[in-house]
Structure formats: C-alpha cells, structure tokens
Ligand binder design. Structure first.
Ligand code: DX5
Ligand code: ZN
Length: 231
C-alpha cells in the first residue's frame, strides 16, 4: 500500500467559466491528480462534459487526469478520452457487462484501468478483475452531483476491499480511491481504512485557500510501526 495519500480535486465544483485557471490553481496548490467527472444524463441524472473539455484540461496541467466515466456503454468512448489526455480511466461495474474486455481496452489505449462501484454494489462484483486494474474507486455518495453527504458505510467497504487486495498480494499495486463527501474528517476515516486517493470537489473548490484545503485532506497514514507518516 502506498505510504502517501494523493488528492484529486474534482473539477465538477470548479468555476467552468475559468476552467483552465482553476485547474492551474489546484496544481499550484499541491493536487496530485485532476479528477474529471463525465456524466451522460442516462446512467446518472446529470450531464457534464466530453472529450473536448478533457482536451482543454489536458492543456492546462501536467498532472495525471483521472477520468471518471458515469456513462452507459463506456467502451464506445474510452479511446476518445485517452486520446484527449486521460491517464486513468474509471468505468462503473454497473455499466460494464464485459468488464474484463473494457479494462483491457483501457490498457491497450494507453491509460491505467480503474473500476468503480456504486454504494449499493457488492464488492464481490470486482473480485475477478482486481489483478487487471491499477485502481478501484469506492463511491461514497450516489454518483451524479457534487456536494452530497458521505455515506458512513463506505469506511467498512474500504476496509474489506483492502483485505481482498491483501489476500491476493495486490495491496501495493492497486490503489483504493474514494469519491464523494470527502472533507478533513471523512478523509481521515477512509485513509485509516486503506484509501490512498481522495477525490474532493466542494471541500476544495468551495474554499478560498485551495492549498490549505488540500493539505487538510492529507491525514497521517498509519504505518506498521504505529507512527503516522505525513503524505
Ligand atoms: C459525484 C462525482 C464526484 C463529485 C464529488 O458523482 O463523482 O467526483 O464531484 O464532489 P464532492 O467532493 O463535493 O462530494
Ligand atoms: Zn467522480
């Protein structure tokens, strides 16, 4: 398991009229990834953006782009998003009946495959693909909107997912990411349970000091010796 915590600001809560500046600002403020929420108005109730906006974000930062596809038939768009600059592509297990093939498609396109589960989807749904991904995203809200409250049962789901990875010797190669309702308090809880990538929209873009907000989301990571280590 990575000893450091990475923070991925979600541009869903950014000022889209000044998107390039907002992305540059979170990069300067210490972000590790830029999280891009793609919504189609079908899998989720909201509609956001497509590859042209990802391309614009790509031009605004050198940080890895963590692209979260909340769309039906994601396989139709994977190549376009990777071409636009996505480094990590996350697909929902709920939209991907041929998940193994879809994850291979992401890898062949040149990005890191990642899979995500909605809050009510059993962890067993990703069990067979754990060795095919670089990241598993555990939704801590029902996807579709920023600014929702963290679902507390997520903490135990992260703990159980970490155990599933450890049982397969994958805890150092697969990152657990959490998305939705992340603030300083919930960040500490999910990191203690094993999460290492934290997506946060409103708790970063809703503040004036992005650097302070990002710092507050990097809690001490418990180390085997019992001493906390700052990420
Ligand atoms: C929700 C999105 C999230 C969202 C998080 O569907 O996947 O990435 O932007 O926003 P906050 O941090 O405000 O819950
Ligand atoms: Zn997201």
């Amino acid at each position: 398991m990575s000893p450091t915590v990475r923070v991925a600001p979600s541009i869903l809560s950014a000022d889209f009229g000044r998107l390039a500046d907002e992305v540059a600002a979170v990069e300067r403020a210490g972000a590790d990834y830029v999280h891009v929420d793609v919504m189609d108005g079908c899998f989720v109730p909201n509609i956001t953006l497509g590859p042209v906006v990802v391309e614009a974000v790509r031009r605004a930062t050198r940080l890895p782009l963590d692209v979260h596809l909340m769309i039906v038939q994601p396989e139709r768009y994977i190549d376009a998003f990777v071409k636009a600059g996505a480094n990590i592509v996350t697909v929902h297990v709920e939209t991907s009946p041929h998940l193994n093939r879809t994850l291979q498609q992401i890898r062949s396109a040149g990005a890191t495959p990642s899979v995500v589960l909605n809050p009510a989807t059993p962890l067993s749904a990703v069990e067979e693909v754990l060795s095919d991904v670089g990241q598993v995203l555990v939704m801590s809200v029902n996807p579709g909107f920023g600014g929702q409250s963290f679902i507390p049962a997520t903490v135990d789901r992260v703990r159980r997912l970490r155990a599933m990875l450890a049982a397969r010797g994958l805890e150092d190669t697969v990152d657990i990411e959490v998305d939705g309702g992340i603030n300083a308090k919930t960040a500490a809880e999910v990191v203690a349970a094993g999460a290492r990538v934290l997506v946060a929209g409103s708790s970063i873009f809703g503040t004036k000091d992005y650097a302070a907000a990002i710092r507050s989301l990097r809690p001490a990571v418990p180390s085997p010796s019992g001493r906390g280590k700052q990420g």
